[in-house]
Design a protein around this ligand. Structure first.
Ligand SMILES: NC(=O)c1ccc[n+]([C@@H]2O[C@H](COP(=O)([O-])OP(=O)(O)OC[C@H]3O[C@@H](n4cnc5c(N)ncnc54)[C@H](OP(=O)(O)O)[C@@H]3O)[C@@H](O)[C@H]2O)c1
Length: 312
């Protein structure tokens, strides 16, 4: 089968589209999926570059990619909730117990797969798993956001931020978000009540007494976010561990999130899509042969929506 692999960590030049990669076999608690589409996330280039090699070393050569949608073609002996022919989506990166989704077939742990949303295409389904599960975990499990509360979502036009705005609005919260001026109309369409142009305005001078901050940016943005929270508020960051001293001084709970993609989260996400509560924005769809361009777009960090490889 065709697969996008690396033999060594590095820049975009280490990407190899190999034609004769052995098809993976579904292990006991796995399913084999014929991949229709696979989306890119920033973590894919971070894995390629070796940023995660201490925490999660790869056996090389390794197939890249996590987010996936497709059709189940084989089921492992203990994999119970899916059958051959099911239309599924989920996460199957090498660091999460899968065989890598930038390929014609992928083996995925059954616990990271669920039936795909009934609405929408394979491309749209493949764009959802990591960004959708990240937003749900932060807002529903860590922050436990309630109707009428105020939340600041950083990077509201990004993959995770755009999901988070929609989830927070469906709960009935007041949402402020940081985005560039070009994305103002988009984040307002998602429901944002207040938009702060991160290139021109200081969000920490404008917002006070917020119940929660969901940070998808990190660095200075995360540090300044403590100023926005009320005592007893919650900060969740997708990008590193918040400083515990700053958290203590501000009297808030601060969490560095590691997203866990589960069948339950994927089922909930599919329900939110099918009920029309959340929509995913896709910027670019390209074949595996154009994967280097796709990586470049994601690595630059300014795509206008998700970047998806259409494989079948
Ligand atoms: N911890 C985990 O388990 C986990 C899981 C998934 C993702 N992540 C991390 O979460 C981060 C976000 O992922 P993503 O998929 O949402 O990324 P993404 O889709 O690339 O989103 C980036 C967004 O951030 C905006 N942006 C850039 N600088 C900004 C700033 N200073 N203030 C406000 N917005 C800014 C960009 O807007 P413009 O283009 O308009 O500048 C863009 O809309 C990545 O670092 C990723 O690696 C962590």
């Amino acid at each position: 089968m065709k697969a996008l692999q690396i033999r060594q960590y590095g820049g975009k030049d280490v990407l190899e589209l190999n034609q004769n990669v052995p098809q993976p076999v579904a292990g006991n608690e796995q399913v084999l999926i014929e991949v229709h589409a696979a989306s890119l996330n920033p973590v894919d280039w971070k894995i390629r570059a070796g940023y995660l090699k201490e925490m999660a070393p790869l056996t090389l050569p390794a197939t890249l990619g996590g987010d996936v949608s497709g059709i189940v073609t084989a089921v492992g002996a203990s994999a119970s909730h899916l059958k051959v022919g099911d239309r599924v989506y989920g996460y199957a990166s090498r660091v999460s117990g899968g065989s890598g989704s930038f390929a014609e077939f992928v083996a995925a742990k059954i616990s990271t797969v669920a039936p795909a949303p009934q609405k929408g295409t394979f491309v749209e389904a493949a764009a959802l798993p990591l960004v959708g599960a990240s937003a749900l975990q932060a807002i529903e499990q860590h922050i436990k956001l309630q109707r009428g509360q105020k939340i600041l979502i950083h990077g509201g036009a990004g993959g995770i931020g755009s999901m988070a705005i929609q989830v927070a609005k469906s709960i009935g919260a007041y949402v402020a978000t940081t985005a560039s001026e070009e994305e103002r109309a988009y984040v307002q369409e998602l429901g944002a009540d207040e938009v702060i142009d991160y290139k021109k305005e200081a969000f920490e001078a404008k917002l006070k007494n917020f119940d929660a901050v969901f940070d998808t940016i990190g660095g200075d943005t995360m540090e300044k976010s403590f100023k926005v929270l009320r005592k007893g508020g919650t900060l969740v960051s997708m990008v590193g561990q918040p400083n515990p001293e700053l958290a203590q001084k501000a009297g808030v709970t601060a969490i560095g999130q590691l997203t866990h993609i589960t069948t339950e989260a994927l089922k909930r996400l599919a329900h939110l899509v099918d009920s029309g509560t959340i929509k995913i924005r896709v910027d670019k769809v390209c074949p595996l042969e154009k994967a280097t361009e796709a990586f470049q777009l994601v690595e630059e960090g300014h795509a206008r929506g998700k970047v998806v490889l259409e494989i079948k």
